[in-house]
Write a protein that binds this ligand. Structure first.
Ligand code: GDP
Ligand code: IMO
Ligand code: MG
Length: 430
C-alpha cells in the first residue's frame, strides 16, 4: 500500500497495555484520531519530552496539534469530566479548536445520576462487586440500550432534554433510594451538565459523517481503543467486564463505517499482564508469588491512571493473546513495558491451559474454566541490564530477544513494535 494504512489500536489484555503511548506515536502518521468507545473510565498516559499527560476522554492524538481528534458516537461522555480534562490541557498550553476536537452529537452523556447509581450498586454488591471505576459507565450504556439515554444532540433542545432527564430520573430515584441513597432532583442532575455543554457546544457535530468524508478524501484514520479485549462486554471475562464493545469491530459500529475502511489492526500488550478491579486472572502472581507481583507493580508503576488503585500483576498469558488475536483479527502485536522485566527473571510465560484433562491453547472463557483452568508455564532466562536505551533489536540482551521471539512464535503473529520505556521515542522498531 502506498498510503499509510487506516489502523485500529486495541488493548489485547485487560486494559492499561500502553495504548495511549502507541496512539501518540502513530498519530504523526495519521490525520484523524478517533476514540470509539468507553468514557472517562480510561486513563491513557503519554510521555513526551519528559512531560506526562494523562487523557481520559480526549484522543491521544491531541499533543500533535495538527490532527482532528474525534470522540465517537459509541463513547459515553461526562461533560463535566471532559471540561476538566480540557482545562488541564489548557494549563499546559494545549487549546484544541473545533478543527482539532470533535464530539459526536450521538454520543451518550453521563450525568451525576449514572455515577451515583454505579457507586451505589458497587457498594451494595459487597464481595460480588465488579470493581468499576465509578464513572457511571455501566448505567450510561444501560440507558443507551434501554432507549432512555441522553445524547449530546439533546442539549440543543432544552425542553426535550429536561423531559428526557425527568423520565429517566423517575426510575433512577426508585433504584437509588432502594440502595439507601437519596433521590436526585432534575435541577441538580442537569445544571452542571448544561453549564459544561455551553462550553462544549462548538465541538459537537456529526462525527460519523466527518470521519467518513475524511476517509473518502484520502485522509488517514487511526482508531484508539479503550479498555481491552478481555473487558469486552460480549467477548470478555463476563460479568467482570466493562459495558462496551472494546474489540476492533467496535470501532466500526461506533462510527458507522464499513469494515473495509480498516487496513491494519494492532493489539497492544504488556510484556506481562495486569488487571484492575475484580474478576478472573489466571496468571496473577499471588500466594508464594505475591512478592514478585509487588516488585513488578513497583517497577512498572502499576497504579491505575484513573483511580490510582494498585493494579494486579501477573505473567504474560499467551493463550489470552491468542484469543485476542482471533477476536480482533490482529495483524500484529505491540509489546510494551519490556524494560520493566529487568531483574525479575527467571521469566515465566503461560503457553497453554489445562482444564478437566484437556489442554487449551486459547484462554478458555467459560466462568468455570476461568476459575479452575491451570496455566502451563515455560521458563525463560531473565535480564539484568537496563534496556531503555536500546533502539535496535540486535542491541537487546540475547535473553530478551529469545523471550520476545518465543511470545511471537507462540501467539502466531508478529511483534512489530517493542516499547522499552514510557517516552515517545523509547522503542525498538522491528
Ligand atoms: P493505556 O490505558 O493502555 O493507554 O495504558 P496506561 O497509560 O493506563 O498505562 C500504561 C503505563 O505504562 C503508562 O504509565 C505509560 O507511561 C507506561 N508505559 C508505556 N509503555 C511503557 C514502556 O515501554 N516502559 C515503561 N516503563 N512504561 C511504559
Ligand atoms: P484503559 O483505557 C483497565 C475495568 C475496571 C473494572 C471494569 C468495569 O485505561 O485501558 P467500568 O468503570 O468500565 O464499568 O469498570 O473495567 N476498567 C479498566 N481497567 N484499564 C481501563 O481503561 C479500564 N476501564 C475500565 O477496573 O474492572
Ligand atoms: Mg489506562
Amino acid at each position: 500500500m502506498s498510503q499509510e494504512p487506516n489502523r485500529i489500536i486495541v488493548g489485547a489484555q485487560w486494559g492499561d497495555e500502553g495504548k495511549g503511548k502507541l496512539v501518540d506515536r502513530l498519530a504523526s502518521r495519521a490525520d484523524v484520531v478517533v476514540r470509539y468507545q468507553g468514557g472517562a473510565n480510561a486513563g491513557h498516559t503519554l510521555v513526551v519530552e519528559g512531560r506526562k499527560t494523562v487523557l481520559h476522554l480526549v484522543p491521544s492524538g491531541i499533543l500533535h496539534g495538527d490532527k482532528l481528534n474525534v470522540i465517537g458516537p459509541g463513547c459515553v461522555v461526562d461533560p463535566v469530566a471532559l471540561l476538566h480534562e480540557l482545562d488541564g490541557l489548557a494549563a499546559v498550553g494545549i487549546n484544541p479548536t473545533p478543527d482539532h476536537l470533535l464530539i459526536a452529537r450521538q454520543a451518550h452523556v453521563i450525568l451525576s445520576m449514572h455515577q451515583h447509581l454505579d457507586r451505589a450498586r458497587e457498594a451494595a454488591a459487597g464481595d460480588a462487586k465488579i470493581g468499576t471505576t465509578g464513572r457511571g459507565i455501566g448505567p450510561a450504556y444501560e440507558d443507551l440500550v434501554a432507549r432512555r439515554g441522553i445524547r449530546f444532540g439533546d442539549f440543543f433542545d432544552p425542553a426535550y432534554l429536561r423531559a428526557r432527564v425527568e423520565f429517566s430520573l423517575q426510575e433512577k430515584n426508585v433504584l437509588l433510594t432502594s440502595l439507601g441513597m437519596s433521590a436526585l432532583s432534575v435541577d441538580e442532575v442537569l445544571a452542571p451538565a448544561e453549564l459544561a455543554f455551553e462550553r462544549l457546544r462548538p465541538f459537537i457535530g456529526d462525527a460519523g459523517a466527518v470521519v467518513s468524508k475524511a476517509h473518502r478524501d484520502g485522509r488517514v484514520l487511526l482508531f484508539e481503543g479503550a479498555q481491552g479485549t478481555m473487558l469486552d462486554v460480549l467477548h470478555g471475562t463476563y460479568p467482570f467486564v466493562t459495558s462496551s464493545s472494546t474489540i476492533a469491530a467496535g470501532a466500526l459500529t461506533s462510527l458507522g463505517l464499513g469494515p473495509k475502511v480498516v487496513h491494519e489492526i494492532i493489539g497492544v500488550s504488556k510484556a506481562y499482564t495486569t488487571r484492575v478491579g475484580s474478576g478472573p486472572f489466571p496468571t496473577e502472581m499471588v500466594g508464594v508469588e505475591a512478592e514478585w507481583g509487588e516488585r513488578l507493580r513497583q517497577a512498572g508503576r502499576e497504579f491505575g491512571a484513573t483511580t490510582g488503585r494498585p493494579r494486579r500483576c501477573g505473567w504474560l498469558d499467551v493463550p489470552a493473546l491468542r484469543y485476542s488475536a482471533r477476536i480482533n483479527g490482529l495483524d500484529s502485536i505491540a509489546l510494551m513495558k519490556t524494560d520493566v522485566l529487568q531483574g525479575l527473571g527467571p521469566l515465566k510465560l503461560c503457553v497453554a491451559y489445562t482444564f478437566r484433562g484437556q489442554t487449551f491453547d486459547e484462554l478458555p472463557m467459560t466462568p468455570e474454566a476461568l476459575v479452575e483452568a491451570s496455566p502451563v508455564y515455560e521458563t525463560f532466562e531473565g535480564f539484568d541490564a537496563d534496556i531503555t536505551g536500546c533502539r535496535r533489536f540486535r542491541d537487546l540482551p540475547a535473553s530478551v530477544q529469545r523471550y520476545v521471539e518465543a511470545v511471537e512464535a507462540r501467539v502466531g503473529i508478529p511483534i512489530t513494535f517493542l516499547s522499552v520505556g514510557p517516552g515517545r521515542d523509547e522503542n525498538v522498531d522491528r
